[in-house]
Design a protein around this ligand. Sequence first.
Ligand SMILES: [Zn+2]
Ligand SMILES: [Zn+2]
Length: 432
Amino acid sequence: MSYDIVRGMNDILPEEVTWWQLVEDTIRDVARRYNYREIRFPIVEHTELFTRGIGEGTEVVTKQMFTFPDQKGRSLSLRPEGTASVARAYLTHGMQTNAPFQKLIYFGPMFRYEKPQKGRQRQFHQYGIEAIGSLDPSLDVEVIAFAWTLMRDLGLTGLSLRLNSIGCAEDREPYHQALRAHFYEDISKMCANCQRRYEDNPLRILDCKEEVCQPFIETAPGPVEHLCQACAEHFEAVKGLLDQLGLEYAIDPHLVRGLDYYTRTVFELVSTDLGAQDSLLGGGRYDGLIESVGGPKTPGVGFAGGTERLILVLKEQTEAVEPERVDLFIATLGDDARGQAMRLTEELRRAGVSTEIDHRGRALRKQMTLANNVGARFLLVLGDDEVAAKKGSLKDMDSGDETPVELTPRELCDAVSQEHSGSCGPNCTCSH
Ligand SMILES: [Zn+2]
Ligand SMILES: [Zn+2]
């Protein structure tokens, strides 16, 4: 029998992985320039990290987590996002005292139990950055600049950045009161979720996607109208720096983001190629998060984006990524030639030249097809004559030109690498 793949989980096949590598290589390169260092953390954490970090009342925690007891009955969860784990790692390793200022980047699978749809799976992947240890608005702006640079380097256009400030913990209660006053008369006409949010966390009402709620949300006051002086000044400074750097943004007074840990700056990078409600990447400040998971008061700011969605947009906007080509294919006729081909292949591979041969006893014509299929740049055909003479003819598969070559690794490496310097490795004996 064979097994079905688990619903909402995906295999990423080699043709597809090319896109993933492009995205990851680009993110790593941007991270290098902005001086963010990679962190890797476990897929499983104690459930409480997420309930306390992300927020007990959030969709993610109440409905979407993969939670299970371990053998001793402790509640564990597959990570639904990365920021809470980064905060936990920060405390686990005593960074608050050793090195309180951290600029980190991560990639990896995240898990949310949702209805699978295009670009949204139960195992999905995120890339994200976190800058921890400073309240300075320059850090909010650096994080936003990182996001813009990443998109520009990937060649994406048609993006817009939505920006807002939701203030600090102290601003929340006056704002909640203002929201309750605004929704007071109409709350009975709104959806059941919003009626519950009205009591618990009226800010979440602004996240509601239900049609029936939209008219009431559109006229609601924004959190910006209820910022304390420090938060108002912070937001002004962020906008001022974005202007100075020439980074585009549009103020969205109702942008609040779906997780409880956000404070002050929140933003989303939206692509016009995705559905109206899909953002490519989102983030903001989380000045209370580390405290809420048991650490000292430590500010932070970051963003996370979904890799699958980013690749969807990339595929629509950019040329297909060229698959990797093999430098040399050695086709053989007869056992002697095959032995010789194996020896040459191994030496060339050690020298850094990607080389392929047939492993399934194919006829010569089929081996040629195989050479084409792997995108070989050069083809060498070895028969008894070539082996006896220790000479062969190297065919450039793009131009069709043939060049005589000695059957030594050095000469072959030289010939194959001429137009492709860089394919030689550290052990190469050729003249490059
Ligand atoms: Zn404030
Ligand atoms: Zn609603």
